[in-house]
Design a protein around this ligand. Structure first.
Ligand code: PA5
Length: 444
């Protein structure tokens, strides 16, 4: 994996980046030594090398059992308890996986990431006549969205299979000792995995939160962790600034922010990475967006969105920069055929791999956007596989911690996410929220 800052030269020079090296390396040391803000949430820092073999074996064992006996596994969770697994599955799966008839692994579907009545009803439709199981993930064990979905799916499973068989098909990933989900799991004998106190939701993809759904879908969690371990090694406190790409990226984006580039757009040219950007948006948005500060993380899928958002990026308000994830090799190979009539005038491309066209679209776009005053950072990965995705995950986690410290915020809390919950509970008439309800009703 490489970081390419060449297309930043018009905006920030190498000298400016180097002047921040000491601060960035200090931030990295603070993450490893636990001396910075939010230091009770740093369990993710050494996780790739600390994760226990017994935990991995337990994950693989349940994954194997579910793979043998189930057609569908519904993973229930929201935010950090959903986006990591979703991102990895979308990246590694066949794009039309759900339509494949010959299957070795169950289809993994998601619930509890919204409160859509139609969504859950339609999920129940497709579960009809399917052998299904549930992985319910909630660190707090009290989050409303997954709790509602779990109530519905648990009832469905119990009605169909009886309480005993249902409890064999439900696995909970939650706090080690507290919360409603832990309590219920103990009462009903669900098998469980614990999320440690020192790992926040958005940093939890390399725990059972992400690894269990990924293993159930049949992907190699050891390779994912190998990739993360490699990046852990490449960004540890022994590395110099010019060797630590997470520190360099964190510095570059903070310098751009200081120049008024307040929106970072993650760009992909491979639709498999669309959900990786959703995971990244949560990671950076929740970590940095506080105290009236922080880069707004957005994403586009190119070339699709060049035909929509491309106009804004080229000529709209100049408060943006892009980070392109550039994938060097495709998994598959498809040549553009020649056509005798050549009415579409595409014969000049005949015989070329489609990806060659995609690569020129990428290069042409980066240069055009650069001309339009949009700085571009490029992150290069060899191909989309478990190893590279593991590298990318740890790269972004590390960069986010360093970047948050450079920005001067605690990257490991999320006080702002409570505001909507309080209003929702008050409007729904939950006991204990009477005063808030009265105040809100006067405003509407
Ligand atoms: O990053 C976070 O902390 C949040 O996105 C949480 O993961 C999300 O709110 C879900 O919380 P929980 O796992 O407690 O249900």
């Amino acid at each position: 994996m490489k970081l390419d800052l060449k297309q930043l030269e018009l905006f920030i020079d190498a000298e400016q980046i180097n002047t921040q090296a000491v601060e960035a390396l200090k931030a990295n040391v603070a993450l490893h030594r636990g001396t910075g803000a939010g230091n009770d949430f740093l369990g993710w820092v050494d996780l790739p090398k600390n994760i226990e073999t017994s935990e991995l074996n337990a994950i693989k064992e349940i994954a194997e059992e579910f793979r043998q006996k189930l057609d569908v596994v519904v993973v229930i969770g929201i935010g950090g308890s959903y986006l990591g697994a979703k991102a990895v599955l979308e990246a590694l799966s066949h794009t039309f996986d759900h339509l494949q008839t010959e299957r070795e692994n169950p289809i993994v579907l998601f619930a509890g990431q919204n409160i859509g009545e139609d969504y859950l009803s339609e999920l129940l439709d497709v579960l009809n006549n399917k052998e299904f199981g549930v992985v319910v993930i909630s660190k707090s064990g009290t989050t409303t969205e997954p709790a509602i979905a779990f109530r519905v799916l648990k009832k469905e499973l119990e009605d169909r299979k009886g309480v005993d068989e249902a409890s064999k098909r439900i696995v909970a990933v939650t706090d080690r000792s507290k919360g409603a989900l832990r309590q219920l799991s103990e009462q009903t004998d669900y098998r469980t995995f614990a999320i440690e106190d020192n790992i926040g939701g958005r940093y939890s993809v390399l725990t059972a939160v992400g690894l269990l759904p990924i293993a159930i879908a049949g992907f190699d969690i050891d390779r994912l962790l190998d990739g993360a371990r490699q990046m852990h090694q490449q960004t540890n406190t022994e590395q110099r600034f010019d060797e630590n790409i997470a520190a360099q990226y964190a510095v570059a984006r903070n310098l751009l922010y200081q120049q008024g580039k307040k929106i970072e757009i993650m760009v992909n040219y491979n639709p498999k990475l669309q959900y990786f950007a959703e995971w990244w948006k949560q990671l950076f948005g929740e970590s940095e967006g506080k105290e009236n500060k922080g880069i707004f993380p957005a994403n586009v899928n190119f070339t699709s969105d060049l035909h929509s958002m491309g106009q804004y990026i080229q000529e709209g308000e100049r408060n943006l920069f892009e980070t392109t994830i550039s994938v060097q090799q495709t998994e598959r190979s498809l040549q553009i055929p020649s056509d005798e009539a050549n009415l579409d005038k595409l014969n000049y491309l005949a015989g070329k791999q489609m990806d060659e066209v995609n690569k020129m679209a990428e290069l042409g776009t980066i240069l055009a956007h650069n001309d339009g005053n949009v700085p571009n950072i490029r992150i290069e990965i060899d191909k989309i596989d478990a190893f590279s995705i593991g590298e990318l995950i740890y790269f972004y986690e590390k960069a986010c911690g360093i970047s948050g410290y450079l920005l001067g915020v605690n990257p490991f809390d999320q006080p702002g996410v409570e505001a909507y919950k309080k209003n929702m509970f008050a409007l729904l008439g939950k006991a204990g929220f009477e005063k808030e309800r009265e105040a809100l009703l006067k405003r509407i």
